[in-house]
Design a protein around this ligand. Structure first.
Ligand SMILES: Cc1cc2nc3c(=O)[nH]c(=O)nc-3n(C[C@H](O)[C@H](O)[C@H](O)COP(=O)(O)OP(=O)(O)OC[C@H]3O[C@@H](n4cnc5c(N)ncnc54)[C@H](O)[C@@H]3O)c2cc1C
Length: 416
């Protein structure tokens, strides 16, 4: 089971495009009627399973939305389109409140300290991670997560709710388990998804998993009557830092010798207008994979293999665009990037914008060293992100009022 399921997420752009093409006919009313069902036996055919690709931008949100809207009207594909914009909304929300990511990391540190001193909690956490709690549905999802790297959205909601309100474990430890094991593990969707279930993101509004809801949407596969918490009090959390501005991209200086930094955050480097004419016909590239930094614990091999495969695929797809390729091999990475830049005579490093999360934490250690060496770091911002993210000021319901305007501009923005 594990191997077969793992193989369905082949980490290549070709596989991503094939998966998207196969799901396009279902992005309309089919999706609206089937999306809530967690049916592992049919391979979750009611949902797209595109998230590992979208998360690493082997597919862009824009491509997926354009595919949906080339086949269906906005009203027919409304549900699917809205889900894709949920992802965009979470990203924009976190970009303007990066302190919430730091709060999560701090909360995780505190929760791990408790594991070191409270043996009861440690035993419960280990049982939950291994899927040995005795709650059938939860244990099955823990197993599915660790063997496939994927969980259906409804299962993620139920799992998080049971973790927090039935097992009474710190939400940060659950978010960490997801980040270590999900192929699509994403700082924004994951952190804010867990906060939402815990009643932190929408203050006071928790998500309580109920046996009848689970029985209905798993078509009777599970029916955990009497096993789940019957109440869900919101979890305490620090105050959200004040919202800052949405990030802006920068423009490279055509006179500077340019290198390229490729991370796991955006594997469609070809979206950028990096000059392809001499003297930078084929700029050298440095590949920085920060997947291991998603967690203080070991990230699942399934995840690291997926990301490595996707980066290899990105490099081979961009063969004509990049010159020499250097991989980050050792810590501290910042020194290695600096050595590479000096060796290659680079005074400017271009990269697709790196959103808040493990990779941007790494980049922030690099930036002062580059500044000191007078090497510019130039993040390219996708027009799609630049347009949408600043609207994540309040809740999703306000954000989604902009969807008709966003989709009207999709084709004009850029092809990928
Ligand atoms: C506790 C919790 C943790 C989560 N962690 C992650 C995570 O680490 N990474 C991640 O990509 N998503 C996360 N999600 C969101 C969502 O569960 C997944 O994006 C979705 O299940 C992916 O499966 P799919 O591609 O088959 O989705 P589909 O239903 O086919 O949706 C299409 C696309 O829309 C986006 N999308 C759908 N639902 C959501 C949502 N609720 N929030 C944000 N984007 C959405 C995804 O990009 C997805 O690929 C989390 C949700 C919860 C409740």
């Amino acid at each position: 089971m594990s191997t077969a399921n793992a193989l369905q997420f082949t980490p290549t752009r070709t596989a991503a495009l094939e998966s998207m093409a196969a799901f396009v006919p279902h992005m309309g009313r089919d999706y609206a009627s089937r999306r809530n069902y967690d049916l592992r036996a049919n391979g979750h055919a009611g949902v797209s399973r595109l998230s590992p690709y979208i998360r690493h931008r082997l597919l862009s949100e824009q491509e997926v939305l354009t595919a949906a809207l080339s086949r269906f009207s906005l009203s027919s594909a409304e549900k699917f389109v809205q889900e894709v914009y949920w992802r965009t909304y979470w990203k924009g929300w976190l970009e303007m409140r990066p302190g919430v990511w730091s709060q999560y990391r701090e909360g995780l540190r505190a929760a791990r300290d408790k594991l070191a001193t409270q043996s009861g909690m440690r035993a419960d956490w280990e049982a939950a991670c291994r899927g040995e709690t005795g709650i059938d549905c939860f244990d099955a999802w823990a197993n599915e997560l660790s063997t496939t790297g994927y969980l259906h959205n409804h299962a993620r909601m139920w799992f998080a709710s049971i973790w927090i309100f039935t097992l009474r474990l710190p939400w940060e430890l659950g978010a960490d388990l997801f980040l270590r094991q999900l192929l699509d593990g994403d700082p924004a969707s994951n952190t804010l998804g867990w906060r939402w279930v815990a009643g932190i993101q929408t203050p006071g509004k928790t998500y309580l998993a109920r046996a009848d809801n689970i029985a209905r949407y798993t078509e009777g596969r599970f029916n955990p009557v009497g096993q789940l918490a019957s109440t869900a009090d919101p979890v305490d959390a620090p105050i959200v830092p004040q919202r800052g501005p949405a990030p802006a991209g920068e423009t490279p200086d055509p006179a500077r010798a340019t290198g390229w930094l490729l991370t796991e955050e955006d594997m469609l480097a070809s979206f950028t207008p990096l000059p392809s004419a001499p003297p930078n016909a084929a700029p050298p590239a440095f590949v920085l994979d920060c997947t291991a930094n998603r967690s203080p614990l070991a990230v699942a091999p399934l995840v690291t293999r997926f990301v490595k495969g996707a980066l290899d695929d990105a490099i081979s797809r961009h063969q004509n665009r990049f010159g020499s390729i250097t991989h980050a091999e050792r810590k501290p990475v910042a020194e290695q990037v600096l050595e590479w830049a000096k060796r290659e005579g680079i005074t400017q490093i271009a990269m697709p914008f790196v959103p808040v999360g493990a990779a941007s934490d790494e980049i922030s250690t690099l930036k002062p060293k580059l500044d000191a060496a007078n090497i510019r770091l130039v993040p390219f911002m996708r027009p799609y992100d630049a347009e949408c993210w600043p609207h994540a000021t309040h809740g999703f319901f306000k954000f989604k009022e902009n969807i008709p305007k966003f989709v009207a501009g999709l084709k004009g923005v850029h092809s990928i």
